[in-house]
Design a protein around this ligand. Structure first.
Ligand SMILES: Cc1cc2nc3c(=O)[nH]c(=O)nc-3n(C[C@H](O)[C@H](O)[C@H](O)COP(=O)(O)OP(=O)(O)OC[C@H]3O[C@@H](n4cnc5c(N)ncnc54)[C@H](O)[C@@H]3O)c2cc1C
Length: 404
């Protein structure tokens, strides 16, 4: 079966690897960029996707280049009070069946690419349209040409061409948030004594998340602030440290310290966008996955994790029924849509929860978190259990076998 995947992001590359693992040997990945380059940013990888990456052979690489945080902590912006603390170390690994990693995106991408046969990737190749015929899909790509495939997978991100062709044009929704992000050499923040945890600082209209990546050599922080105007959705637009200090300067000294330690050329800012959920992801021999299907806000750090789950289920569904690609793709979507749409909505809810601005509501939220801290001491909140304990193989009646 000839399968073409559009987009060599985390979702597309994982889909190619998952398909090859199940014996599909005619998989081509086309990518519009002339080279596969990761943005300079961290990424949190929870057990639900780490177990799949491990099955693809990335376990050793991730262990070598990532950080395994010991806990997830929510703090008050001003006092630093710990409002919620849940384990992410051995106890969480035992509960969820795998590790939680903090990685540099470049390290994750390098680990994925190491497993991929370079000859299956066509760089500098942009999908501009496609037409479906009875027994195949004909892709139109630039520079000029046609590619024929039995199956077309759109892993082409939030501005997906495939999604638009299947379901019509709609614009991503500006979430009313701007993210500021930076990677800071660990020695520049050594005086702050930061331990290896995932930490979320919550204040009125703003938050800041921080964790170490690159085996502890870099601190990654992402500050998110509410904003009325839309901003460009870009991974490379520069930010100014003094502007970030205007926004977070009166926060706890640890937060201020991280921002002050940021190299002047090391700060970036981007508007955050998502979309409303879709209730179909396929049309005949064509399907979408990852951000193309369910772009979501980063408040549960799940966008890439969900694209990895999608990739896994896609490969399994095609292996289960290779004789009937449209039915296999429909089965893939039916197995994924409910969970992905839930995570999308849950991520929006979390924005509201974290960025609460009204003092009475902040106090109410914090009181609830303190209660939860007592209640879940040593246990895990239900939302975390539903996210992290999920094994994408559980959607199959029997583990999919490799195609002959
Ligand atoms: C601030 C921030 C923090 C985040 N943190 C986390 C986190 O901690 N954990 C997590 O799991 N997720 C996180 N995410 C979400 C995560 O980054 C995305 O969900 C994930 O990268 C999406 O991967 P993808 O492969 O679906 O799409 P993309 O990464 O967008 O890849 C799409 C690819 O398709 C290519 N392409 C597009 N159109 C075409 C075309 N017509 N022809 C050929 N190629 C094309 C693009 O060039 C691109 O390479 C975060 C997101 C943000 C904004």
């Amino acid at each position: 079966m000839r399968i073409v995947i559009v987009g060599a992001g985390i979702g597309g590359i994982t889909a190619a690897l998952a398909l090859k693992r199940l014996g599909f040997d005619q998989v081509t990945l086309i990518e519009q960029a002339p080279a596969i380059r990761a943005v300079g940013a961290g990424i949190q990888l929870s057990a639900n996707c780490v177990r799949l990456l491990r099955r693809l052979g990335l376990g050793d690489a991730l262990t070598r280049v990532s950080v395994r945080p010991s806990a997830h902590i929510f703090r008050d912006w001003k006092t630093g009070e710990v409002l919620l603390h849940t384990a992410l170390g051995p106890k969480a690994e035992a509960a969820f069946g795998d590790s939680y990693f903090h990685a540099h995106r470049a390290d994750l991408l390098a680990a994925l690419l190491e497993k991929l046969d370079a000859s299956s990737v066509r760089l500098g190749c942009r999908l501009v349209g496609f037409s479906e015929e009875a027994d195949r899909v004909r892709l139109k790509v630039e520079p000029g040409g046609t590619i024929k495939a039995d199956v077309l997978i759109g892993a082409d991100g939030i501005h997906s061409t495939v999604r638009q062709a299947l379901f019509g044009a709609d614009r991503p929704r500006f979430a009313g948030n701007v993210a500021w992000r930076a990677l800071v050499p660990a020695e520049r923040v050594a005086h702050l004594g930061l331990d290896k945890v995932a930490e979320v600082w919550m204040g009125p209209n703003r938050s800041l998340v921080r964790y170490y990546v690159s085996a502890g050599r870099l601190l990654n922080w992402i500050g998110i602030t509410r904003a009325k105007e839309g901003e460009i959705e870009s991974w490379s637009a520069k930010g100014i440290v003094a502007d970030a200090l205007d926004l977070w300067g009166d926060w706890h000294p640890i937060v201020r310290g991280m921002i002050e330690a940021t190299p002047s050329d090391g700060l970036f800012r981007m508007g955050l966008y998502d979309r409303d959920p879709l209730h179909a992801w396929t049309g005949g021999r064509v399907a979408i996955l990852g951000d193309a299907a369910h772009p979501m806000l980063p408040f549960h750090a799940q966008g890439a994790a969900q694209s990895i789950e999608d990739a896994w289920v896609l490969a399994g569904s095609l292996a289960e029924n290779p004789a009937d690609p449209p039915a296999a793709l429909a089965a893939f979507a039916a197995r994924r849509i409910e969970r992905a749409n839930w995570v999308q909505a849950y991520s929006r809810e979390m924005e509201e929860f974290v960025h609460q601005a009204d003092p009475a509501r902040i106090e109410y939220r914090n009181a609830r978190l303190r209660e939860r801290l007592k209640k879940y001491e040593g246990e895990f909140p239900p939302g975390q259990v539903k996210l992290y304990s999920f094994d994408a193989d559980s959607v199959f009646p029997a583990p999919p076998q490799a195609v002959a």
